[in-house]
Ligand binder design. Structure first.
Ligand code: UD1
Ligand code: CA
Length: 416
């Protein structure tokens, strides 16, 4: 999409979050809010993306380090209108349409933006607003229309009259502007509101007052375009996105026994016929093969890879590890920084002690090894193929167990 550039407003602190972190770095299903917005914009085919950052800009930049976006700084947070004005420096030579989104706007439907582009293009208008209708419009800018349905203003909650507050059609914080007049209008915006900020919504009012052609695309409420202002809204969004993620896995052939009590972050791959039992938490960047059983009550952390037909049972935590095919880790284990081969049996209570207080170390366990219950493997350590440990063994770091040999005792002795 060459003729549309996007500006994402993400400089605010997010006072209502009551947080030391900027609002847009708070995570939903493991992914910062701002990254969800950037991904939606990219999915809609937009290549040129400008992010306006300000409060704790370093943290926002860090969230976006793997994305192709340009960042501009709004040093003082003087309002959404001012934030957009700051982005002008990156858009001087750009002649197409400018999509503007709040960095805290959240929506799941991947088609929303494209629908909005089509609407805007067909109407040939100077600017378009994306609106929706909510049962509880509290906190949003309300769309004020005349009796003939013509939009006349966007009124913020604080500035609205009691009757305007009853309006259920709200501003989603997503707009499209022809670049031509936008920045000169923005320069004319006044702080004529209760918050004494330069509102982006005031520029919309200017378009309306100048009798410019403004389009208003109302998308129905089931598309749930929501702004996240506080932690109650954050958890509501987390819940709805979680349901979507789990449904996608189910549709691809994964059994999730109890979706309401299962947590799978965004960016997890799971093979067919794998069964996830309740109270399992799977972080992003995890890959699980086909035919596995996972849980109940287990945690699989980022950068873990589990091959087909493995069993990860209750109260097991897997951190940055590779687990081979048909390997069983069924009860009460911590496996960190380990590479475990195929058909390995990890007994109940086994721990890979990967951290010495300064550095993390690796454990390698060969195919068909048998680790007895309650073994502690102090890393760095290699356990050979088909090697064994007796119950309760503590294997000190570096005391590698050769292939087919057995280690027993504390500290471990290698026996035949
Ligand atoms: C805004 C809209 C409101 C709309 C709602 C949708 C305005 C004035 N109001 O209200 O009509 O219904 O979003 O969710 O635009 N930001 C900056 N710099 C600033 C201030 C804010 O970059 O100086 C960023 C914030 O980081 C945030 C976004 O702009 O991502 C929106 O700001 P926020 O304060 O959340 O606006 P709302 O009160 O939700
Ligand atoms: Ca908001």
């Amino acid at each position: 999409m060459k003729d549309i550039a996007a500006v994402i407003l993400a400089a605010g602190k997010g006072t209502r979050m009551k947080s030391a972190l900027p609002k847009v770095v708070h995570k939903v299903c493991g992914v910062p809010l701002i990254l969800h917005v950037v991904r939606q914009v990219k999915r809609a085919g937009i290549k040129k993306i400008v992010v306006v950052a300000g409060y704790r800009k370093d943290l926002v930049v860090d969230c976006l380090k793997n994305e192709r976006v340009e960042i501009v700084e709004q040093a003082r947070q003087l309002g959404t209108g001012h934030a957009l004005l700051v982005s002008a420096q990156k858009l001087r030579s750009f002649n197409g349409d400018i999509l503007v989104l709040d960095g805290d706007v959240f929506f799941e439907d991947k088609t929303v933006l494209r629908q909005f582009f089509t609407f805007h293009a067909k109407r040939c208008v100077e600017m378009s607003i994306l609106t929706t209708t909510l049962d509880n419009p509290f906190g949003y800018g309300r769309i004020v229309r005349e009796s003939n349905e013509k939009v006349v203003a966007i009124r913020e909650e604080l500035d609205a009259t009691p009757s305007e507050r009853k309006i259920k059609e709200i501003n989603t914080g997503i707009y499209l502007f022809k670049s031509k007049n936008l920045f000169s209008y923005l320069k004319g915006v006044k702080k004529n509101n209760r918050k004494k900020e330069y509102y982006l919504t005031s520029v919309v009012d200017m378009y309306l007052q100048k009798q410019k052609n403004v389009g208003c695309f109302n998308i129905d409420g089931t598309h749930a375009i929501l702004g996240v202002n506080d932690r109650v809204q954050l958890s509501a969004i987390q819940k709805s996105l979680q349901a979507v993620i789990i449904r996608e896995h189910q549709r691809k052939g994964v059994t999730v026994v109890d979706p309401a009590n299962t947590y799978i972050e965004d960016g997890v791959a799971i093979g067919r016929d794998t069964c996830i039992y309740p109270y399992t938490y799977i972080e992003k960047n995890v890959r699980i093969g086909a035919g596995c059983t996972i849980g109940p009550f287990c945690k699989i952390c980022s950068h873990s890879f589990i091959k087909d037909d493995a069993h990860i049972g209750s109260f097991v935590e897997i951190v940055r590890s590779r687990i081979g095919q048909k390997t069983r880790i069924k009860h009460l284990s911590y496996i960190g920084d380990a590479t475990i081969g195929r058909q390995v049996n990890i007994g109940a209570g086994t721990i890979t002690a990967n951290y010495d207080g300064i550095k993390k170390h690796k454990t390698k366990i060969g195919d068909k090894a048998f680790i007895g219950s309650d073994t502690i493997l102090v890393a760095p350590l290699t356990v050979g193929k088909e090697a064994k440990t007796g119950a309760g063994t503590v294997v000190p770091k570096g005391r590698n167990i050769p292939r087919r040999r057995t280690a027993v005792g504390i500290p471990a002795r290698i026996i035949k």
